[in-house]
Design a protein. Sequence first.
Length: 232
Amino acid sequence: MNDAGPVLAVTGLGFSRSGRPVLRELDLALDAGRITLLTGHNGSGKSTLLRILAGLLPPDRGRWHIDGTPGSSWQEVRRSLLQRHCYLHQQPYLFDATVFDNIAYGLRRRRVPRREIAERVARALRHVSLEPLRDRPARALSGGEQQRVAIARAWVLRPRLMLLDEPVANMDKPARRRSIDLINRLAEHGIAVVVTSHDPQHGELRIRRHLHLYQGELSERRLRTEAASASH
Ligand SMILES: Nc1ncnc2c1ncn2[C@@H]1O[C@H](COP(=O)(O)OP(=O)(O)OP(=O)(O)O)[C@@H](O)[C@H]1O
Ligand SMILES: [Mg+2]
């Protein structure tokens, strides 16, 4: 699955806010089918980094390779970042519409034929185990269910990289477990996944790499458990 090199590589990524450096000359490469855990204290810049990688926030500097193709600036690669990468906010914004319509939204915007939309959304609903809720108003679902709708809405667009910002915070154990299973399956489908958290303990999440952000710099941390490093 991981034979084509990193889906994304960036070097010398720098970003400041109000003259204060948030990210200092970071180098980062992300491989298909791998889950990377990104930890760091509140305000360390995790969400900032994810938003830059998703094409939502312009950095000050950085050199990019998207699927091996070089781009000299974020502006130059922005369209590719937006098309191939999905950023998921901790509290996802769902439209005031059914679960089905929320998941179909991006496909309709891309003018995918109706029949294909129906098939792909049905597959996505199965993927997140929400078939029985397809016609329910999305905003009437629980927080954990809404999170799964948001993952399905992103997954249906076949992203190469999913950037999940604190996806299991504030979830009870069963919801957390379901989300973790789902995130593991995203990686099995060959998607590169980054998960942010304050907490390096993630139970069954099949983390392949743990990066820690501190004072604007990334460092590699050893994986906590044998189970995590042995899986895959
Ligand atoms: N819109 C903004 N305007 C100005 N500064 C901001 C803005 N958003 C974030 N910052 C600052 O950028 C730095 C990094 O914030 P960021 O939200 O990326 O951190 P984080 O690691 O995601 O934190 P948390 O764990 O609380 O989610 C912080 O110092 C924060 O105050
Ligand atoms: Mg954050």
